[in-house]
Ligand binder design. Sequence first.
Ligand SMILES: *[C@@H]1O[C@H](CO)[C@@H](O)[C@H](O)[C@H]1NC(C)=O
Ligand SMILES: *[C@@H]1O[C@H](CO)[C@@H](O)[C@H](O)[C@H]1NC(C)=O
Ligand SMILES: *[C@@H]1O[C@H](CO)[C@@H](O)[C@H](O)[C@H]1NC(C)=O
Ligand SMILES: *[C@@H]1O[C@H](CO)[C@@H](O)[C@H](O)[C@H]1NC(C)=O
Ligand SMILES: *[C@@H]1O[C@H](CO)[C@@H](O)[C@H](O)[C@H]1NC(C)=O
Ligand SMILES: *[C@@H]1O[C@H](CO)[C@@H](O)[C@H](O)[C@H]1NC(C)=O
Ligand SMILES: *[C@@H]1O[C@H](CO)[C@@H](O)[C@H](O)[C@H]1NC(C)=O
Ligand SMILES: *[C@@H]1O[C@H](CO)[C@@H](O)[C@H](O)[C@H]1NC(C)=O
Ligand SMILES: *[C@@H]1O[C@H](CO)[C@@H](O)[C@H](O)[C@H]1NC(C)=O
Ligand SMILES: *[C@@H]1O[C@H](CO)[C@@H](O)[C@H](O)[C@H]1NC(C)=O
Ligand SMILES: *[C@@H]1O[C@H](CO)[C@@H](O)[C@H](O)[C@H]1NC(C)=O
Ligand SMILES: *[C@@H]1O[C@H](CO)[C@@H](O)[C@H](O)[C@H]1NC(C)=O
Length: 489
Amino acid sequence: MKSAAREARLPPRSPGLRWALPLLLLLSRQGQMVCAGDSPGTNYRLSFSNGSSTCCQQVQTKPSPVFDIEAVSISPTNVTLTWKNNDTAASEYVYRVKNEMEQEPTIPVANQTRCNITGLSPATSYTFSITPGIGSGTWGDPRAIDIMTEPSPVSGLRVAFVGMRKVAVSWSNDNGTASCRMLLEDGSREELTQGLAVNISGLKPGGQYNVTLYLPESNETRRGPLVTESGLDANSTERSPAESWPQPRSSPTSPVHDENLLGHADPSFGRQSRDTDILLVGLKPGTQYKATVYSQAADGTEGQPQAIEFRTNASRVYDVTLVNISATSMTLTWKISDNESSSVYTYEVHVAGEDNSLCLNETVNETHAVISGLSSSTFYNITVHPFLGDAEGTPGFLQVYTPPGPVSDFQVTMVGTREIGLAWSSNDSDSFKINITQDGAGKSWVKTTTNQSIVIDGLYPGTKYRFEIFPQGPNGTEGISQTVYNRTG
Ligand SMILES: *[C@@H]1O[C@H](CO)[C@@H](O)[C@H](O)[C@H]1NC(C)=O
Ligand SMILES: *[C@@H]1O[C@H](CO)[C@@H](O)[C@H](O)[C@H]1NC(C)=O
Ligand SMILES: *[C@@H]1O[C@H](CO)[C@@H](O)[C@H](O)[C@H]1NC(C)=O
Ligand SMILES: *[C@@H]1O[C@H](CO)[C@@H](O)[C@H](O)[C@H]1NC(C)=O
Ligand SMILES: *[C@@H]1O[C@H](CO)[C@@H](O)[C@H](O)[C@H]1NC(C)=O
Ligand SMILES: *[C@@H]1O[C@H](CO)[C@@H](O)[C@H](O)[C@H]1NC(C)=O
Ligand SMILES: *[C@@H]1O[C@H](CO)[C@@H](O)[C@H](O)[C@H]1NC(C)=O
Ligand SMILES: *[C@@H]1O[C@H](CO)[C@@H](O)[C@H](O)[C@H]1NC(C)=O
Ligand SMILES: *[C@@H]1O[C@H](CO)[C@@H](O)[C@H](O)[C@H]1NC(C)=O
Ligand SMILES: *[C@@H]1O[C@H](CO)[C@@H](O)[C@H](O)[C@H]1NC(C)=O
Ligand SMILES: *[C@@H]1O[C@H](CO)[C@@H](O)[C@H](O)[C@H]1NC(C)=O
Ligand SMILES: *[C@@H]1O[C@H](CO)[C@@H](O)[C@H](O)[C@H]1NC(C)=O
């Protein structure tokens, strides 16, 4: 632009320009003017005097750069930018938006200070410049903004294994995702318990992690999670697909891994080299959890979260066993299907009698209980409920009958040479077995009666006999026996 500076005379209608003009001006051959002074982008009508002739010229100053560039929305592939320009003529400006990172054509924007940029790559750093211009082809200086696009959300988020205290969660990552963060919460949205909320961050794509949580069993103080990366390869992002975990079943050389733990039946699973596998250890049995996974770009920009809910398996009482039982008490044992911490369980033992005639409750913190105060010859329905804090497990059951009590007043009522009469009383047995043994000979036989007396005949004279009576109860139960001895006459 080699233009001669000329003397300019103010047109009568622009008195305000008088003081500004000395700051000016370079006039191009085409008569355009680049203004370095104030009121950028303003139209001026100028008169130029060339000594002999005067010409009238329409000129414009260069637009000011835009300011306050903002990315009002960022997604994995789209960015919406807004900006401002205070120039008085700004409403007529056009803008060029340029992706400085790629050889893309610039995006022209007319009549607004907003631009949607699409077709970007997730989790990628971009610089966009915005240049204001006047329709006639005068461009101002560009101003730029650096933007990191959001990483794509994780995909294929799934629970690969659910146990009582362990859950394996896996997902796939897109290229560009530098790491992930998992937010683990307990309870569901509706019933927010006092709230576990653990952040597990730095989960690299392709990594395998064991996360041991220290969850308070009751109201202990909380500790942070312990994250250990699986021993295979700490720099797991560089692993080849063949080494990824878990191994495809079809591979004959694949090392043994715990099928029970992983539970993958899909042999194609192992081909996804960018899968992240995380084994959460130390969860509470029978508890609802929600895991939310955020993908993160290298600078920490987080993508849209993906969430999955799961419930750990409840612990279960099983093998409720009668150790011994009498007419009025019994001793029970049972097992709990959680060998990791049976001690912190409490058990509520409910003992319900026939038609709920009697209901006893007992709370213990061991896997056995002695129940007393029972009635003889009675059906009892026993339920053992396990509790771990406020989480209730699956109960175990046992149905038992108490035996009748021993007969009372078992006595000899009559003695003959070949017979002996016996009598007794009982209020909880309808049937009695009497074992008759001839002393010395060892010969014995059994008689049964529903009466409370009997005459045993067919005995040898002058011989000593042993009579043992067993009261018979419901369902084949038998009470404790009583014994008398007597000699025939
Ligand atoms: C990005 O923009 C394109 C075109 O406007 C649209 O189809 C797509 O849904 C947008 N994607 C996101 C994540 O907003
Ligand atoms: C632009 O205009 C706004 C409001 O008129 C003002 O607050 C702001 O300071 C101006 N910005 C510039 C760079 O002149
Ligand atoms: C530019 O914006 C103004 C005001 O919003 C409107 O009146 C005009 O029609 C727009 N022009 C174009 C070309 O969109
Ligand atoms: C940008 O995208 C938003 C939302 O998708 C839409 O409302 C708006 O009209 C778009 N603007 C332009 C200039 O394409
Ligand atoms: C991911 O990156 C790998 C290696 O850089 C490339 O081969 C592959 O095409 C990329 N995938 C996508 C979906 O961009
Ligand atoms: C835990 O709970 C027990 C009884 O509910 C209470 O006595 C104890 O003070 C509590 N401990 C803490 C640390 O809150
Ligand atoms: C992670 O847990 C699994 C199952 O409990 C175990 O086999 C493996 O050795 C653990 N890995 C690490 C690095 O602790
Ligand atoms: C992982 O990579 C980092 C940096 O590249 C290196 O310092 C470290 O030793 C590597 N760890 C393993 C287990 O290879
Ligand atoms: C035992 O517990 C059950 C269930 O919680 C309850 O219905 C019953 O009333 C309790 N019985 C006694 C004697 O506490
Ligand atoms: C178990 O209960 C007994 C008494 O019922 C109590 O003394 C003991 O401290 C309890 N043990 C635990 C681990 O709670
Ligand atoms: C025993 O109690 C359980 C639980 O209360 C109930 O489901 C079951 O039907 C009862 N069994 C009998 C034989 O009463
Ligand atoms: C009867 O008692 C004798 C001696 O105690 C014993 O050997 C025998 O097995 C008993 N018979 C029955 C049927 O109980």
